[in-house]
Ligand binder design. Structure first.
Ligand SMILES: Nc1nc2c(c(=O)[nH]1)N[C@H]1C(S)=C(S)[C@@H](COP(=O)(O)OP(=O)(O)OC[C@H]3O[C@@H](n4cnc5c(=O)[nH]c(N)nc54)[C@H](O)[C@@H]3O)O[C@H]1N2
Ligand SMILES: Nc1nc2c(c(=O)[nH]1)N[C@H]1C(S)=C(S)[C@@H](COP(=O)(O)OP(=O)(O)OC[C@H]3O[C@@H](n4cnc5c(=O)[nH]c(N)nc54)[C@H](O)[C@@H]3O)O[C@H]1N2
Ligand code: SF4
Ligand SMILES: [Mo]
Length: 691
């Protein structure tokens, strides 16, 4: 038997795959040959997917804690016992503190409609739990793009072949969006010039015609410096600006603040190079600027994205084939909010907890009421969320009742009072839209659940029954949830109007009939109907309505200075690892072997001044915490910058720690965005660990 499936992981490519099943066991998993994005190949992470599904460490039964929190001592219990215990504890918490003392925490283990979106919505609203502000990844960029263009629409990957210039700005598609790369290669063969702007010489930068290693968090100054030059030279498209933008006169005045010398001082890019880049961008049409989310994980990330958007607007390239901005396609389909959350039937009581502040929230910041129970699924905050030391402190609280629903005994699950076993994508049904493209795809269950694993949505149904909730929308199967949401969304979204669940099941995937070039009609769903260079909505919210460069400080402070050499701090960037997806897969032996030991890249100058040699174990520390990593001395990073990819599990590292013990839980400038890379660290050779 062959079964159509969809990769559920947090990746814009949302690939199609086919599982071959014999006697209830998956024996082969291959790329969908005719999926328009996947085109017959899977990335290095998901090719060995059956090793992940059948990993001997898969959790197969519910567990109850049988030792101190975090000790990893558990005993097996039945599902009946687990659900009854959760109900008993929650009823007591609700009686004493109210349901808002319960916090659900989920994010990107799967991106499916039923198993993530609806499983994070309906039951929790019915319960009246605290709302989670889901801002760990892309909140600032989404808010910035929506405020400026009105919606997140992007051309298809293959349309890059129309571009003569491609600026990949703070994005590493070789690792993070691999199916874009063959199209970029073809664009280059057609003569396109490719620029990568990144403080690190990434795998993507190594393939570019020009790599510009700007300082971290300085991109707004680079973009506004380029805009200043374009204006000075009169290269802007005044007619387009007059017809299609709001706030050009105000922005024009603002650009006086960004002469090339100032932009050069902020960015560390020579003024001559900024001049050259501005000229290249203004003269090479069409020119595509492709961004993702890495470059906005700073305290100034929202303004950074607003500043970059001035460039396609000034040159009149928004809506031009092969030009404009490629960010995200997530705006084409927004699942009907009512079907997902049932907000009208169960209005949320109103307390929001920012997911980036989990440690702070658990240790007192959320005090009305205090959080007495945490329910984690599809997320691994003790590995992936910022300021892990504080999260661990919260998870150790004796009076916190923690439930973790997982496939593996993660850094988070090890702190749970109750662990519930989760199905993998091969064992559950779901519907997937993508944030990188517009193919909608259905994932059919291919094999029965391993052991007693249960899917996220099916656990919500069990918990609803335990809590005595009898709404029909808490009893539906995943397929019924999908059919209802699809139909409710189609009422207001013409792209879905002809599509049914039956079609999706029969075909596996359906390409949505989107227009080839976004904004080609010159219409923007902003309040003014124009590209909002000036945003009144932002002004009303007390935010600078014009793009600006604002510094992105880290006030986390230094570690005990007496123990560290007196050098300057380095700015530590912790973006995507090539062989993991966040912390997912970072326990797979084959992928761990390919990624190598947990490392930190530092520039030879910075290594020399600290007496650090190639391969030394180093201690990386600041006021929030520390971890030990192996030094890779390399000029792939600029002086003053260090790089250590995200995703490692403390449980699998010699020191029990990882890079998020150092990262900041301060919030960015828009929408409560995470600021992982606004992270100053001090580094010295490890006294304990030798190579
Ligand atoms: N292999 C792999 N793929 C992934 C993921 C993964 O963990 N591994 N994660 C997935 C997720 S959750 C997401 S959100 C996406 C993210 O996709 P991307 O945004 O492409 O990934 P990142 O590596 O976070 O960031 C991209 C680049 O931004 C650079 N950068 C950091 N700071 C700055 C800066 O100040 N200026 C500029 N110009 N560049 C900067 C980093 O060095 C990095 O190379 O990828 C998804 N895909
Ligand atoms: N230092 C640093 N940290 C970062 C970032 C960074 O740039 N730097 N980027 C951040 C970003 S962009 C993101 S999106 C977050 C992601 O952070 P998270 O959303 O926490 O993602 P993961 O760490 O991959 O953890 C997902 C967990 O879900 C589990 N899982 C998978 N499928 C299912 C399922 O169907 N059901 C259940 N119950 N569990 C499932 C997996 O086993 C895995 O343990 O990480 C952030 N962390
Ligand atoms: S992680 Fe991305 S590239 Fe790899 S199979 Fe999944 S969707 Fe495709
Ligand atoms: Mo993300």
């Amino acid at each position: 038997m062959k079964v159509f499936g969809v990769c559920p992981h947090d990746c814009p490519d949302t690939c199609g795959f086919i599982t071959e099943v014999v006697d209830g066991r998956a024996i082969n998993l291959t790329a969908s040959p005719n999926h328009p994005i996947t085109q017959g190949w899977l990335c290095a992470k998901v090719r060995p997917y059956l090793d992940f599904v059948y990993h001997p460490d898969r959790l197969k039964y519910p567990l109850k804690r049988a030792g101190p929190k975090g000790s990893g001592q558990f005993q097996r219990i039945s599902w009946g016992e687990a659900v009854a215990e959760i109900g008993r504890r929650w009823r007591a918490i609700i009686a004493e503190y109210g349901a808002e003392a319960i916090l659900p925490y989920s994010y990107s283990g799967t991106l499916g409609l039923a198993q993530m979106s609806v499983a994070s919505g309906r039951f929790w609203n019915r319960l009246g739990a605290s709302q989670l502000q889901r801002s760990i990844c892309c909140a600032a960029a989404e808010t910035a793009v929506n405020a400026t263009l009105g919606v997140r629409h992007s051309q298809a990957y293959h349309e890059v072949k129309q571009s003569q210039l491609v600026i990949i700005w703070g994005h590493n598609p070789v690792s993070a969006a691999p199916h874009f790369m063959p199209h970029l290669a073809e664009a280059r063969r057609n003569g396109a010039f490719v620029v990568v702007i990144d403080p690190r010489q990434t795998r993507t930068a190594k393939q570019a015609d020009w790599h510009i290693a700007a300082k971290p968090a300085a991109d707004a100054a680079l973009a506004l410096g380029m805009a200043h030059i374009i204006l000075r030279q009169g290269w802007q498209d005044e007619a387009w600006l007059a017809a299609h933008t709001l706030g050009w006169p105000e922005l024009r005045a603002r650009l006086a603040d960004y002469p090339p010398q100032r932009a050069a001082a902020i960015t560390g890019v020579a003024a001559a190079d900024i001049e050259k880049l501005a000229k290249l961008y203004a003269e090479t049409r069409p020119g595509l600027i492709k961004i993702a989310d890495g470059l906005q994980r700073y305290r100034n990330g929202g303004q950074t994205v607003r500043a970059i958007l001035t460039l396609p607007a000034m040159t009149g390239q928004v809506g031009r084939r092969g030009g404009g901005l490629a960010y995200s396609a997530s705006g084409y389909v927004q699942w009907d909010g009512e079907a997902v959350h049932k907000w009208a039937e169960c209005p949320p009581p109103g307390r929001w907890v920012n997911m980036n502040r989990l440690g702070a929230a658990l240790t007192g910041e959320a005090d009305d009421p205090p959080i007495q129970s945490l329910y984690v699924f599809g997320a691994n905050p003790a590995a992936s969320s910022p300021n892990t030391s504080l999260i661990e402190k919260g998870l150790r609280r004796q009076d916190l009742f923690t439930v973790v629903h997982e496939l593996f005994m993660t850094d988070t699950a090890v702190f749970a009072d109750i662990v519930l076993p989760a199905t993998s994508q091969l064992e559950q049904a779901d519907l997937h839209k993508a944030y990188g493209h517009t193919v909608l795809a259905y994932n059919a269950p291919a094999i029965p659940p391993l052991g007693e694993a249960v899917s996220n949505w099916d656990v919500m149904r069990l918990l609803a029954a335990e809590m005595g909730f009898d709404e029909s929308w808490l009893r539906q199967t995943a397929d019924e949830v999908i059919a209802e949401t699809l139909a409710a969304t189609a009422v207001h979204n013409p792209l879905l109007q002809a599509i049914t669940l039956a079609d999706l099941k029969a075909k596996g995937f359906i390409e949505l009939p989107v227009k080839r070039t976004p904004f080609a009609d010159g219409r923007f769903p902003t309040p003014s109907g124009k590209v909002e260079l000036f945003s009144q909505a932002m002004a009303d919210a007390g935010i600078d309505p014009l793009p600006a460069y604002v510094p992105a400080p880290d006030d986390g402070g230094a570690p005990d200075k007496a123990q560290f050499p007196p050098d300057e701090a380095l700015n530590l960037i912790s973006g995507a690892a090539h062989h993991f997806v966040s912390s997912s897969f970072a326990n797979q032996p084959g992928l761990l072997a390919r990624e190598g030991e947990p490392f930190i890249e530092i520039h030879p100058q910075d290594a020399a001044s600290r007496g650090i040699e190639q391969g030394d174990w180093v201690r990386v520390a600041n006021g929030r915490g520390w971890c030990e990593l192996k030094a890779k001395v390399t000029d792939d990073v600029r002086p003053g910058v260090a790089v250590s990819p995200k995703g490692r599990w403390g449980r699998l590292s010699g020191d029990g720690r990882h890079v998020n013990h150092t990262t900041s839980d301060a919030l960015g400038d828009l929408a409560g965005q995470s600021a992982f890379h606004s992270n100053l660290v001090w580094i010295k050779r490890s006294e304990k660990r030798k190579t």
